[in-house]
Design a protein around this ligand. Sequence first.
Ligand SMILES: *Cc1c(COP(=O)(O)O)cnc(C)c1O
Length: 353
Amino acid sequence: MELKIIKTENKKAKPQGALGFGKYFSDHMFIMEYADGKWQNARIQPYQELHLQPSASVLHYAQGIFEGAKAFKTKDGKIRLFRLNDNLDRMNDSAERLCMPTFDKKFVYDAIKQLILIDEDWIPTDEGTALYIRPAMIATEPALGVHASKSYLMFVIVGPVGAYYAHGLAPVKLLVEEHYVRAAKGGTGGNKVIGNYAASMKAGENAQAKGYDQAMWLDAKYHRYVEEVGAMNIFFVMNGIVYTPALRGSILPGITRRSAIAILKSHGYKVRECNVDIRKVAEAAENGTLGEIFGTGTAAVISPVGLFGYKGKDYVVNGGNMGEISKMLYNELTGIQNGRLPDKHGWVDIIKE
Ligand SMILES: *Cc1c(COP(=O)(O)O)cnc(C)c1O
């Protein structure tokens, strides 16, 4: 397939001051259409509105998926992409789960590369900033029957982002959610599908109304085994061993999670992917064997947890401070991403020298 490039005549002004997360988008976007059984009309075009029928099936039945990745630019002008291939693999997995068409990974990878190079001057260079890459695919068939759409749009938008949390790496407070669940085995929790997020907001708002930052999710069956935090994977350090919930269908297979596990192992830490019982975690907090808790995700990278509330009781984690392992992981991951540290794992694609 050919990639058409239509450049804008009206470049937007760049944002001034704090970038925040996901508020600004560059001058161009990638888009392609699926119809008559094939992807077609692939183009990079000026960032613009989509035209959809009010009957477009994504608006009614949430047949839609997305991804999140980052590109980095160092002061020397090099542009680095972090593990984008893994995001595109995961997106094709999500597509299969929702009966959506998969795509040629190499074609889309190259298109994203070209988009980033065209909008290169949108990549921020300050410490902690990045160009966030948001691929998405939506069902566009104008029909209200509940069935897989015959037509789709796939697009990629990019934009500069700063720190995910307004107060930087300050540890967050979590409320263990005992009523609502994010995902059940056999459902869509293991895929980045848009409907998961609408269903998760209630718990986040409940937590915030009670003075916490986010919900810690438990499994759907026993309400006992930890699954994730907000939209991040979660790690616990107990007795010096690092635990993270095993991927068993209801947990999103995070690329930051996978990267963190690899870094931890390369530093000689014992990492166990298994069930993590929230009652054992509370016990460990009480008897002093709980070291740290942290979340992992592309947006925040590492998010230390300073406290969690469970059954009406608050448990302070690591004195409310960011722990040594969290610091090491944040330093290694961001170092590999921005070129401060060598890329021993082969995760980085330098797309401009
Ligand atoms: C995207 C996401 C993550 C983190 O995945 P990364 O690939 O590390 O960004 C974790 N949990 C949920 C629910 C997510 O949507």
